[in-house]
Write a protein that binds this ligand. Structure first.
Ligand code: ADP
Length: 517
């Protein structure tokens, strides 16, 4: 049996030929190639000339690997062994058919060579891409910077223009230009950030700061935005979140602002839940989990992996505004901070974005007493700032007021967009005076004042209110008095007149009611 198997195998893979010194075939088993006796091997294939030259040499046996022979349209790869009989001068040839073996080796070599070539090409392309990216970043940074300078002057002069006694129609037009230049400013700022990040020029600066304060400010700002859309904004702060942590405050704020702004932008109804938790507070370093969950339009599964790429916008361009750069900045900032950003979303149901980052825990969890007491003393000496609330719907006017109040040592300013919001803010915070625009959407200044005067809380109902109006007809002044306003200021605002009026009414109120908040 075994003999039969061996014979089958040998017959199918080996051919034995006996030839004389001149390469004339004496006998052949013709197992693979048909070479009849009497024929010359040299006329069958040029390779056999080699064999005839060896006949005179001393060596009896020779081995020739990987000889390619074509016969009847088929390609063979043989290892050929020759054995010379010195006495008879005849030569035995053993042709071992290794076609399959050599073909696969060839294939492997070929693939390896190709992959080396591919690797080199990829390497070349990568280098080229690096150069291109470097150029792009430099270009973006330079262009953005160049655009920002004239843009700043456009925005600046729009403020000045607003303050030159424009009529309502002119003011509306200025507003449109203002809103476009604001958009442009935010795009240019995003581009600058992206190019800085990609060029590796954005440094993370970890410092100790009050994270509770940062979160409270973020929540306050976004709660107001949400109120306009009539969706609920919930905030949950884990009990073990330390007050003072060590992280890059500026970049953390930028990440959270982007995620919260998106949640509001892409949610029409329902709620937004912002939660900040940490599993432990007893270690030097703790993971902090910032989670923003919305019930908005959601993102389909196929698009989830693309949203962090620059300029990705899944919705129709212009439908929601924005640049498609926010999440790309978020992702890259989170990587620079060695954090991770995760997203889960169901189309039509909502999205959850999670930013997880390791934060250092400050060993001092109390406000630096020496600093506060020093500051407090100084502040006490320089008296406490009075809080003024401005009811004003027009953004340019809001900005102008913010500028006027920005560095004032005695007054701080909060802004409400209409009468309704003025009332809401009065329920949440204590103010010393209200500056009330007369014409506002949803609820105007007259109505808001009437409601304040009717308020059951005495501190609120007696608060001084100064009217702000572009018109100054005697009727307007009379109407404002009737509604319960104390003073009247005409736009454009004269700064010293403004503060004199505020001062007058706050102190009059203080004298009457024995102190301010
Ligand atoms: P944009 O300026 O367009 O908001 P972003 O980079 O912030 O750019 O977001 C990229 C895209 O991801 C958005 O255009 C939007 O399609 C999708 N997206 C981001 N946040 C949300 C969210 N909370 N809900 C639904 N889609 C979102």
């Amino acid at each position: 049996m075994i003999e039969e198997l061996r014979k089958d195998f040998v017959d199918s893979t080996t051919q034995v030929i006996l030839a004389d010194k001149d390469s004339k075939v004496i006998q052949s088993d013709n197992n693979i190639l048909s070479i009849p006796a009497g024929n010359f091997l040299t006329s069958f294939h040029a390779f056999f000339y080699t064999i005839t030259t060896l006949f005179d040499e001393k060596q009896d046996e020779n081995y020739f690997p990987c000889i390619r022979i074509e016969s009847l349209g088929k390609t063979y790869f043989f290892d050929i062994k020759t054995k010379i009989n010195k006495e008879s001068g005849q030569v035995g040839l053993f042709l071992i058919d290794l076609t399959a073996h050599y073909k696969s080796v060839h294939q492997i070599k070929q693939t390896r060579n190709e992959s080396i070539i591919d690797f080199n090409i990829t390497d070349e392309l990568n280098n080229e891409l690096q150069v291109q990216r470097g150029f792009k970043n430099k270009f973006l940074a330079n262009v953005s910077h160049e655009i920002r300078t004239p843009l700043n002057s456009i925005v600046g002069f729009l403020h000045v223009l607003q303050n030159t006694g424009l009529n309502r129609e002119q003011l509306d037009l200025v507003n449109i230009v203002k809103s476009s230049s604001d958009n442009l400013t935010s795009i240019v700022n995003d581009l600058l950030d992206i190019s800085k990040i990609e060029a590796g020029r954005l440094e993370i600066k970890n410092k100790r700061f009050n994270v509770h304060q940062l979160l409270d400010d973020l929540v306050k700002a976004h709660q107001l935005l949400v109120e306009e859309k009539r969706i609920t904004f919930k905030f949950e702060r884990g009990e073990s979140l330390p007050r003072f942590i060590v992280l890059d405050q500026l970049r953390l704020n930028q990440i959270l602002m982007n995620l919260l702004d998106n949640a509001i932008k892409y949610t029409k109804e329902g709620s937004i839940t912002f939660s900040v938790t940490t599993p432990s507070k007893n270690r030097r370093k703790i993971p902090v989990i910032f989670e923003i969950k919305d019930t908005g339009i959601g993102i389909d599964e196929d698009s989830l992996h693309t949203i962090f790429e620059s300029f990705t916008q899944l919705e129709k361009r212009g439908l929601f505004g924005g640049t498609g750069l926010g999440l790309s900045i978020v992702k890259q900032l989170s990587e620079l901070m060695e954090g991770t950003i995760e997203v889960e979303s169901v189309k039509g149901q909502g999205s959850t974005f999670r930013f997880i980052v390791e934060a250092g825990v400050s060993h001092d969890q109390k406000v630096d007493k020496s600093v506060t007491s020093r500051k407090k003393k100084k502040e006490d000496g320089a008296k406490k700032k009075y809080r003024v609330l401005l009811g004003e719907d027009i953004e340019v006017n809001q900005l102008l007021m913010m500028r006027i109040f920005a560095d004032h040592p005695d007054y701080s300013l909060d802004i409400a967009k209409n009468g309704e919001q003025v009332l809401k803010m009065l329920d949440h915070y204590k103010y010393d005076l209200i500056l009330m625009d007369l014409m506002m959407p949803i609820m105007d200044g007259f109505d808001a004042t009437a409601r304040i005067r009717d308020h059951k809380n005495k501190t609120i109902s007696k608060i001084p209110i100064v009217a702000l109006s572009a018109r100054n007809s005697p009727e307007d002044i009379e109407d404002s008095k009737e509604a319960g306003m104390n003073g009247f200021l005409t736009k454009p605002i004269n700064e010293s007149e403004l503060f004199q009026t505020i001062d007058k009414w706050i102190h009059r109120y203080k004298r009457k009611n024995g102190g301010v908040s």
